[in-house]
Design a binder for this molecule. Structure first.
Ligand code: PLP
Length: 406
């Protein structure tokens, strides 16, 4: 008789965004005239930039012509894209990363979720709290986290690293040494960043203890301040302790096109074994490559025109972030993030819980955000708004919140 992977049963309730979606749908069906503004889920709203659309068209034409048609892409990605990434994202920042250390994929979510497969099932993971849920959930599915304790809302086998107002939402080095450390900066959900000297401490800690840092840099393109590293490979010694994930989703609006990549240095080892060949094997066995036309679109992101266009889009979102930050601060809210990341992290007013504030915001001003507690117990009393809305909706949402009295 077939049985199931019972680890899946340890995952509590429904996924955060399904729970939010359900509440919003129920509200809208009860109030059909309400004009609900969504600043909750982190999806982009700006269309694909013209030079990238042009590259998509050109690649599509190639696919329709016998002389230029392409079948399966190389497992690890086309050389034209990997070489461009190595040059523009790494060499230009002084990072020593070769093209063949870059694994092209259809996005960072799959890579962040799948990477745990190449590590031992007895590895202890450490995550920030609050955290992007994929890191924990994928380890739950693999049976690496122990039982869920509904009382503490934590898995017994996971090391949680609190990110609170007291530490500026950046974690302290854990006293109990983890094997795998998930870090994400600029951070989703808090919008916090680590300065280079801070991240260097993590790299030194990992090298000293034989831990591997799984570094999610999906929001790298939003960094505006000096001294904030765009890649963990800007830190000395990262090649021997780090894997990095990148995404085209927020950088260039590829949430629907799907493109990302993972960097695994060839010298990186765990327990005396190299990790690069394991990920190459996994990729080759379970993945048949990102589509040619999407990889060509990814290449177009790095052209001068592509860069100019995506910079403009990022500026648009970050102007939204400023509108939210300034507007809510004027209304008396404590707000952080939104400077090097498209996320604003607010403290809920009057001691409301995250979900109480969610319900109030939805019913009183018809604005949807994300309850901080959905990202972990330390997110309680916090709330995330995103800068990915249209300008019009962003301004309207801030005005509504400012005018509403609690
Ligand atoms: N990593 C973080 C921290 C994210 O917030 C997201 C998307 O919201 C992803 C990864 C997923 O990126 P992708 O769209 O490339 O799968």
């Amino acid at each position: 008789m077939a049985t199931i992977n019972r680890n899946y049963l340890k995952l509590p309730g429904s996924y955060l965004f399904s729970a939010i979606g359900k509440k919003v749908r129920e509200y809208e069906s009860a109030h059909p005239d309400a004009e609900v503004i969504r600043l909750g889920i982190g999806d982009v709203t700006q269309p694909i930039a013209p030079s990238i659309v042009k590259a998509l068209h050109a690649a599509t034409e190639e696919m329709g012509n016998a002389a230029t048609f392409r079948g399966y892409a190389p497992d690890l990605g086309y050389a034209f894209l990997r070489e461009t990434i190595a040059d523009k994202d790494y060499a230009s920042r002084g990072c020593d990363i070769a093209a063949d250390e870059i694994f092209v994929s259809d996005g960072a979510k799959c890579d962040c979720g799948n990477i745990q497969e190449i590590f031992g099932y007895d590895n202890r993971i450490a995550v920030c709290d609050p955290v992007y849920p994929v890191y924990v959930d994928s380890n739950v599915m693999a049976g690496r986290t122990g039982e869920y304790d509904p009382q503490t809302q934590r898995y017994k086998g996971v090391i949680y690293m609190p990110c609170t107002p007291d530490n500026g939402y950046t974690p302290e080095l854990p006293t109990e040494v983890p094997d795998l450390i998930y870090l994400c900066f600029p951070n989703n959900p808090t919008g916090a960043v680590m300065k280079k000297d801070q991240l260097q401490e993590w790299v030194d800690y990992a090298n000293k203890n034989g831990s591997i840092i799984l570094y999610d840099a999906a929001y790298e393109a939003f960094i505006a301040e000096e001294g904030v590293p765009h890649s963990i490979f800007e830190c000395a010694g990262a090649r021997t302790c780090a894997i990095e994930f990148r995404s085209f989703s927020k950088t260039a609006g590829f949430t629907g096109l799907r493109l990302g990549y993972t960097v695994i240095p060839k010298d990186l080892e765990a327990g005396g074994e190299k990790l690069w060949p394991l990920w190459a094997r996994r990729h080759g066995t379970k993945y048949n490559g990102a589509p040619y036309i999407i990889q060509r679109a990814g290449e177009a992101v790095y052209t001068d025109e592509g860069q100019r266009e995506i910079r403009e889009q990022i500026r648009y979102y970050m102007d939204n972030a400023k509108i939210i930050r300034d507007g809510l601060r004027e209304a008396g809210y404590e707000v952080s993030g939104g400077v090097n990341a498209p996320y604003l992290w607010l403290k809920t007013p009057k001691g409301m819980t995250s979900w109480e504030y969610f319900d109030w915001l939805l019913s009183e001003v018809n604005v949807v955000g994300t309850p901080g507690v959905g990202f972990g117990p330390n997110g309680e009393g916090h709330f995330r708004l995103t800068a990915f809305g249209s300008r019009e909706n962003t301004i309207a949402a801030v005005e509504r919140i400012r005018k509403a009295s609690l």
